[in-house]
Ligand binder design. Structure first.
Ligand code: NAD
Length: 503
């Protein structure tokens, strides 16, 4: 959650811990320099466990958007980065990834304090995944083969993947550094320059990353960060900017529509990774232990604040009661508490505003089923794991993205019914199937209108594969060559290889 503070110079610029009594201060990083806003305005990042400000951030607007795009444009038009070989960029990006790992404690604490994510996840998963994203795309850009087409006419056609230009990346708060790296890494690896706007609830790790990028040798102006809000602020100033070549956005589907409109006004290609309502289908022949294990992780990781969260579970009727009993027991056994404590599995929700939204869904559970447990812990914005076991299949809890630790479990009788239940959603990001029947797994995977199907597992990713959503879950795919298509300007070059044929 964010609160605007009066203009102040209270904090020391520096690490995510800062001297006692002073809030650590984080600026924009524009053209290689960490700066405050021209207006002098700042805002606070609130720790959702203590509900108190813990860091002070420069609040950007149109002026900062203009400065950052101009810096990225200069670095693209005149600087070395787009002109280096992909191999040379790879060396620098690997050095950057090394620094991210060296600063794992600082980065992990930043995301944990900004949004309440358990430290075991931010340090154990998000930091290594962020570094991996940079390493993967640096390697992919440098090493992946490109097709050459020998033609009957005696010509060869090949494709160049030239950098596209200035990339604006707008990120959400649920996996701050990790989702930012999913955009910044391919953009940099293919020679673009970037302006990143992190979510206003989770600004700190982006500034730390930009500082480390400079230390690694990524030239000034190549990776810029500006902070502030989205609508009628620095976010819209960036997405409406006429001097931008690509916009990559992850966030809510409603915001995606606004950003798509802004991009279309300037004919800028846009990639949208949007909301989801992930479904798990558990057939009666599933290995129940495995299905429960993954289904618990799928909804309660990051307190359910995951676009891929498996928030509606459909279980074939013969297994239904046993599944519900064992799932509830597993949910009850989870440790809720201070996200900085390594024993914590579920922390608070990211902000007061988000808590109010999720609490609204919680308070209407009576209308669609029974809750097993919930409650408020300490000062933080907590909602405990909540299970709605219901024969209903069309409640608000099954249709809307709650983005919290609330899950429905409903029975089904036939494979066809299960497919229809999954597809009967405005979203189409992902689904999970649990079955030992190989033929059925292939058949159902083919029938689902989603971007990713996991069979007997979840969260596992090969970064070469397409990632994205169907329907209201997104436009376009990223990952591997899909990212290459988006972050480059592919160009066909036709070479005459043999002397021209006599006329
Ligand atoms: P959000 O749409 O509220 O905000 C995302 C970002 O957009 C923030 O940085 C915000 O400041 C900015 N923004 C908001 N309005 C803007 C505007 N008019 N112009 C420019 N920028 C604007 O989303 P959120 O609440 O931060 O994130 C949660 C959502 O993100 C959920 O719906 C979740 O499913 C989705 N998400 C999707 C994926 C995916 O890969 N598909 C991954 C993570 C999160």
């Amino acid at each position: 959650m964010t609160t605007v503070l009066p203009t102040a110079a209270t904090g020391a610029s520096g690490t995510a811990t800062g001297p006692e009594g002073l809030l650590p201060r984080f600026g924009h990083v524009i053209d290689g320099v960490e700066v405050q806003s021209a207006s002098g305005e700042v805002f606070a990042s609130i720790d959702p466990y203590t509900r108190k400000p813990w860091a002070e951030i420069a609040l950007g607007g149109q002026a900062e958007a203009d400065l950052a795009v101009a810096a990225a444009r200069r670095a693209f038009d005149e600087g070395p980065w787009p002109r280096m070989t992909a191999g040379a960029r790879r060396t620098v990006i690997h050095r950057f990834a090394d620094l991210l790992i060296e600063h794992a404690d600082e980065l992990a604490l930043a995301d944990t304090r900004d949004m309440g994510k358990p430290i075991t996840q931010s340090k154990g998963n998000d930091v290594p995944r962020t570094a991996l994203n940079f390493r993967f795309f640096a390697d992919h850009a440098a090493l992946s083969p490109a097709e050459v087409l020998p033609m009957d006419s005696g010509h060869h056609t090949y494709t160049r993947f030239d950098p596209a230009g200035v990339v604006v990346a707008i990120a959400p708060w649920n996996f701050p550094m990790m989702l930012e790296s999913w955009k910044v890494a391919p953009a940099l690896a293919w020679g673009n320059t970037v302006v990143l706007k992190p979510a206003e609830d989770t600004p700190v790790s982006a500034t730390i990353m930009a500082r480390l990028a400079l230390e690694a040798g990524i030239p000034p102006g190549v990776f810029n960060v500006v902070h502030g809000y989205g609508p009628e602020s620095v976010g819209s100033a960036l997405t409406e900017h006429p001097d931008v070549d690509r916009i990559t956005f992850t966030g809510e589907s409603g915001t995606g529509k606004i950003i798509a409109r802004a991009a279309s006004a300037n004919l800028v290609p846009v990639s949208l990774e949007l909301g989801g309502k992930g479904a798990n289908v558990v057939f009666a022949d599933a290995e129940i232990e495995n299905a429960i294990d993954w289904s618990i992780k799928a909804i309660f990781t990051n307190a359910g604040q995951v676009c891929l969260a498996g928030s509606r579970i459909y279980v074939e009727r013969p297994l239904y009661e046993e599944f519900v009993d064992r799932f509830v027991a597993a949910a009850n056994a989870m440790t809720i508490g201070d996200p900085k404590d390594p024993a914590t599995q579920i922390g608070p929700l990211a902000s007061g505003e988000h808590y109010t939204k999720v609490r609204g869904y919680y308070d209407t559970i009576g209308e669609s089923g029974g809750s097993q447990l919930s409650g408020s812990l300490g000062e933080g914005w907590f909602i405990a794991p909540t299970v709605i076991a219901t024969p209903d299949s069309d409640s608000v809890h099954q249709r809307e993205e709650i983005f919290g630790p609330i899950v429905t479990i409903s029975p089904f009788d036939t494979e066809e019914e299960a497919v229809n239940l999954v597809n009967d959603s405005p979203y189409g990001l992902n689904a999970m199937l649990f079955t030992e029947n190989l033929t059925r797994a292939h058949r159902v995977s083919a029938a689902l209108v989603v971007g990713t199907v996991w069979v007997n597992c979840f969260f596992i990713r090969d970064l070469r594969a397409p990632f994205g959503g169907a329907k209201a879950s997104g436009v376009g795919r990223e990952g591997g060559n899909f990212s290459r298509e988006f972050f480059t300007e592919p160009k066909a070059v036709v070479m005459q290889m043999l002397p021209p044929a006599p006329h």
